[in-house]
Structure formats: C-alpha cells, structure tokens
Ligand binder design. Structure first.
Ligand code: BGP
Length: 467
C-alpha cells in the first residue's frame, strides 16, 4: 500500500541555463550564468562580452533547446507526471527592458510546455533561476536597484499572458535565500570588491520580497486556477553539540534561510530579521505600501531544495562553501565526492520543520546526488549509489507524509545530466540519463539510460511503494 496520496506528483527538475544551451540563439540575450566562471567559486565575468576563448559548458549545456522532445520522451518513459524547468528571462527579454517579449522565445517555451502536456507531464515553471539578463546587472547591479521590481513585473506579466493556459504551477525566485551566500547567482549582483555585501543583500532581498508579492498578486488576478510558490534552498543545519551556545548558533544560522520563507509565506519581517539587519548595520529603504503588499500577497506553497545537512557550532563561519554548505562536517554522516553529507533522516526532519512552521503545502522541487559516473564498455552505468540515495530519501519523504506533512510532489534534481550550478561543470552528474558531454564540451551528446532510470520508473509506477 503506497504511503503517498494518490495525486502525488513524481518527476524531475532542470533549469534553462543548465540544460538548454543555445545561449545566443534566436535573439536570446546574455544571462549572468553565460558569463559566470566555472570552478569552486563562481563570479560573473565582468568583462561582460564573452571572451570566445572562454568555454562555459552552459553555452551548449546538453542542447536541450533542440533535443527537448526526445529528452522529455525519456522522462515520460519513467512515468513522470510533473517536470520542472525555468523560463530563461533573457530568451524573452534579451536586455530585460524591451517593450515586448521575443516571439521566438514565446514559441520555444509554448512548444516545450505543449510537449510536456502531450507526454502526460504538468509543467512546474521557475520564473528566475540564475538567469537574470546580464544587461540588468550591468545597468542596475540587478536586485540592488529598486528598478528591478517594475522590470520583473513586465516579465511576469508576459509569462502569465503567454503561458498561463499551459502552466498552473509557478515558482518565483530559485533558492533566493542564497542571496546571502551567492548573490551573483541567486540575484545576478556584482558584489566583488565589497568587504561586506550583507547590507546590499538585505536591500536587494527587500526588492525581491516586494517583487514576489506583486507577482503573487498578478498571478492570482490573471490565473485564478494557478498556484504560485516561493523556492528556497533548505538543506538543513544541526547543532555541532548539545551545548546551549551551539544550539542557539545553529538555530540562528538556520533562520538566515527561514527568514525568506517567513516573509514570503507569513507576510512580514520577523523580529529576529530586524535584529539581523541591525547587527549588519542595515537601514532598509522601505517605500510606503511595501509592507502591506508583502502582507496581503503571500505564496500558495513552499518549493524547496534539500540535498544534505551540515553541523554548526558557536563561532562557525556563515561563509558558504560549495562543498559543505555552512558550518562543519557531521561525524555521523557520509559525504558525496563533492563533500555534500547525505542525510535522508534530515529530509524527514526538514519536512516536519517546514510544515510545522508554515502550514502551507510543500513541494520538494530539488533532491538528488551529484556523482562521477562510469560508462561500462557495453554502455551500461551501474549507479547503485544514486539508487540508494533515492530510495533512502523517498522512504524519509513517506515518513514525513505519515507524520502529517502535506507534500504536493517530488522532482529529482537533474533527471538527465546537466551543468552544475555550483561549479559550472558537467562532471557532477545527477541524471537517470547519462549525457555524453564533458566539461570542455567534448562528446557525442548521446543519451544512455543508467540503472537508476529503471529503478525510478518502478518507484513512480507504484506511487512510491515499490522501493
Ligand atoms: C541548487 C540549484 C540548482 C542545482 C542544484 C545542485 O543550488 O537550484 O540549479 O544546480 O543546486 O547544485 P550543483 O549543480 O552545484 O550540484
């Protein structure tokens, strides 16, 4: 007997900038990720015009812009009922400030969403997934400027007008809480040369909160049958010890992420949020009506990513390391090749934490294991490590459902190999489908089914019972 509701949605998630490639095709403008360096720390390459000698795997990625029909057929073969991707903002508005969206961009995404429906998948669409048009960073430093609110409003209106009949599940800003850790990715901001970017990050977050509320309001007005959620990176943090100072430090570190959910799901700045701003010397610039807008237009559901957990003790650094997140290693957990500590129980804990806090439906829109895969001579790929990770996290999710958490669905991150957001490389593979391309763009682009492809197909067919 399945422990999941009968209408539970099973699928996978990608992002335009990590899969589509065609980074200059059909009039698309440069997004910030098109000029973001690869490697352990990713900064936007501010010489702006891309140096042709610099290869970014995201320029071609896996060429999903041209292969999406065949790739989605592979997803449908696993029985997906939902598929998450993003609309690349610069494919509709190359500089962000055009009066009208590009017809080529509209045509591509309409056919993409039609193809999903034809194959039995509901589109789950992220509006901003590290794809800020570079021109907006260049002119305004992106969300550091309040002008972005009106600019994003135009993009949101174009999305709802052109895709509202096809898309009923929306997400606004991908992992927007990472504005405190990686503002160049999460919000397209140039923070290089700033000793402390937190004051700018808090002000940018306020602009995003206002924009999020405006977008929720617009969505409810234009698409009354749609649901619109916020999206947060919520891998969790445990106290390094039971020492009270460590417990408090870990809770404060956790609330640097929950702060975003509190504003966008509960509709107001929490007291500890004002204290965080005071501690950072931030005098937030708030305009009349901002706080009322935020209070009256909260998100319908919480989409979140969960990959791992880390430990955090008093005195630990908040500095985000692409390997372990914040804090330090947990001695009770094993880590992936990229240092991400795997913790299925942490997913059950996190679902309970978020359900208890927000009492709004949850959607696990990212969960997965990035690993180095080996292709055998016969073309097979025995990714038992990925199957084990998947099984353990689905069991934890089922436990969370039995705990009373309302979970809408689950989209595995990267069901087909795509470019890593953290490093900009291909070698960190998540897929149930292998793509023959490497960091330098070499390879045939051939798709190969891994052992996990057959496994997930079985899981989906049994609504999560046959593990
Ligand atoms: C999240 C992003 C995704 C995805 C994922 C995996 O931060 O929302 O875009 O990339 O992390 O991270 P990585 O690709 O660095 O392994």
């Amino acid at each position: 007997m399945s422990r999941f509701p009968k209408d539970f949605m099973w699928g996978g998630a990608i992002a335009a900038n990590q899969a589509e490639g065609a980074y200059r095709e059909d009039g698309k403008g440069l997004s910030i990720t098109d000029v973001t360096q690869c490697g352990p720390t990713r900064y936007i390459d501010y010489e702006l015009e891309v140096d042709p000698a610099k290869y970014y795997p995201s320029h071609e990625a896996i060429d999903f812009y041209h292969t999406y029909k065949d790739d989605l057929k592979l997803m449908a073969e696993m029985g997906f009922t939902v598929f998450r991707t993003s609309i690349n903002w610069a494919r509709l508005f190359p500089t962000g400030e055009e009066d009208e969206p590009l017809q080529a961009g509209i045509d591509f995404y309409r056919d993409l969403f039609d193809t999903m429906h034809e194959l039995g998948m509901e589109p789950l669409v992220t509006m901003s997934h590290y794809e800020t048009p570079l021109a907006l960073t260049k002119k305004y430093n992106s969300w550091a400027s309040r002008e972005m609110i009106d600019i994003f409003d135009k993009f949101a209106r174009a999305c709802f007008e052109n895709f509202g009949d096809q898309v009923k599940y929306w997400l606004t800003f991908n992992e927007i809480n990472n504005i405190f850790k990686a503002p160049y990715l999460a919000a397209g901001m140039d923070v290089r040369g700033m000793d402390d970017f937190m004051p700018v990050a808090f002000q940018a977050a306020h602009h995003v909160f206002v924009s999020n509320a405006k977008t929720v309001k617009l969505c409810h007005e234009m698409l009354p049958d749609a649901q619109i959620g916020c999206m947060l990176s919520l891998s969790n943090i445990y106290p390094g010890t039971c020492k009270p100072e460590d417990v408090m430090a870990a809770y404060n570190a956790r609330r640097r992420s929950l702060f975003f959910g509190d504003v966008m799901l509960r509709g107001s700045y929490p007291g500890y949020g004002w204290k965080m701003m005071r501690d950072c010397g931030v005098e937030l610039s708030i305009e009349p009506g901002d706080l009322e807008l935020i209070a009256e237009n909260t998100c319908d559901y919480l989409g979140f990513s969960y990959y791992r957990t880390s430990a955090f003790s008093d005195g630990d650094s908040q500095v985000f390391s692409t390997a372990g997140g914040v804090g330090h290693e947990n001695p009770y957990l094993k880590a992936s090749e990229w240092g991400w500590q795997m913790d299925p129980m942490g997913l059950r804990y996190t679902c309970n934490e978020l359900w208890d806090r927000y009492q709004k439906p949850l959607f696990i829109v990212e969960n997965g294991l990035g690993a180095v895969d080996t292709v055998e001579d016969d073309g097979s790929i025995h990714d038992t490590y990925r199957i084990d990770y998947l099984r353990d996290h689905i069991e934890a999710m089922a436990d969370a459902v039995e705990d009373g958490c309302e979970i809408m669905g689950y989209t595995w991150w990267g069901p087909i190999d795509i470019v890593s957001a953290g490093t900009g490389e291909m070698k960190k593979r998540y897929g149930f489908v292998y793509v023959d391309r490497d960091n330098e763009g070499n390879g045939t682009g051939k798709r190969l089914k891994k052992d996990s492809f057959v496994y997930y197909k079985k899981v989906v067919a049994s609504n999560g019972e046959d593990l």
